[in-house]
Design a protein around this ligand. Sequence first.
Ligand code: PXG
Length: 446
Amino acid sequence: MTENRKEINNQIPNDLSSFWMPFSANRQFKKSPRMFVAAKDMHYISADGRLILDGTAGLWCVNAGHCRPKITKAIQQQAQELDYAPAFQMGHPKAFQLANKLADLAPADLNNVFFTNSGSESVETALKIALAYHRVRGEGSRFRLIGRERGYHGVNFGGTSVGGIMPNRKMFGTLLTGVDHIAHTHLPQKNAFSKGQPEYGAHLADELERIIALHDASTIAALIIEPVAGSTGVLIPPKNYLQRLREICTKHGILLIFDEVITGFGRLGAPFAADYFDVIPDIMITAKGLTNGVIPMGAVFVKSEIYNAFMRGDEHLIEFMHGYTYSGNPMAAATALATLETYKEEGLLTRAADLADYWQEALHSLKDAPFVIDIRNIGLIGAIELEPIKNMPTKRAFSAFIKAYENGLLIRTTGDIIALSPPLIIEKNQIDEIVDGLRKILHEVE
Ligand code: PXG
């Protein structure tokens, strides 16, 4: 991995001005860039030749670790065998093989799979399926979509509308109409330093009843939530909360959509959060870990009942007016198949369950570190919330992020929360390394 470092270093461009970086502090970055030039398993190599331990699986996606041989090989082979096949009115075998494998892996009767290229596109697809499903069944009056405060469902207009993170919403006009939000479940006064699911807060599911009472169920198509909210800074559902949401949705004929973009593919120690919590949605959104983050791809799972509702009318007609040029494209499908094989061979979809207790105790050992006001964990997800600097929210966590990087550790920060989601191949000594690194950093930040 290191032999070509000199050559790689020479490839770093001097001019960083043209690339408008996503969700980034462009000016700060361009003044002191942080570039990765190679990666293997649990580590990145930075442009200045340092080994950086990946505490975030890239962006919650590299679940099997970096540059895994089976995945690399599948991509190489696919690129020389079949580069692209039209996605509309044509097919190629791997997309069908993959859909079958995914249907087998998914819980209950989430048996039909619609392919996309990202979490955001999966969200849009799921929302459109929900609206159109009610319409094809003759319940077109169900047009409202319900999200949750602090929810993150990607950056497209539908996802931004049902999302509940204010800075992500406020710049973008009216967004979708007919959207409402239930309350988030972050109750630090009651639940701070909970290990795993907090005890308190199941009653917040009844917020959905309040919204139903306001609008009437006959106008509501779907509720979309993340089983564990990630981007907002890791909010873990209180015990029985998801079960209660499921009951209310079923009672009122409202579709329950789980956005499993970060919880899917083993993050909690079960293939999906739906398995982990034993709460089965009607539609399940995935991306990220589906291809180990290597090639962009998303997948929306729906119950057979939903798919079958569309299969009506003359057979030469297109049943659902939606899709992407790259839906199920050969490169992505081959990558996903190799990823699923890697997960299976190495038991990665349940590995987080074996490590969860160790991870929990390691993280909670930071309780007495400077500025720590809450620690949250579930599966191989962790969050350490810091006391913000007065009048300068996000600054303390951002400086922790920079210091971590300088100390050979990649973390994510959102607001004043440090979020952790390492690759599922992590070893216990590497968990210690993350926690010891963070302890040191928290003693250094101001
Ligand atoms: N839904 C959820 C629940 C997500 O977490 C998306 C949709 C959108 O996926 P795409 O592939 O369009 O980015 C996401 C993405 C972070 C972080 O650090 C989280 C995401 C992306 C980047 C950073 O919290 N989640």
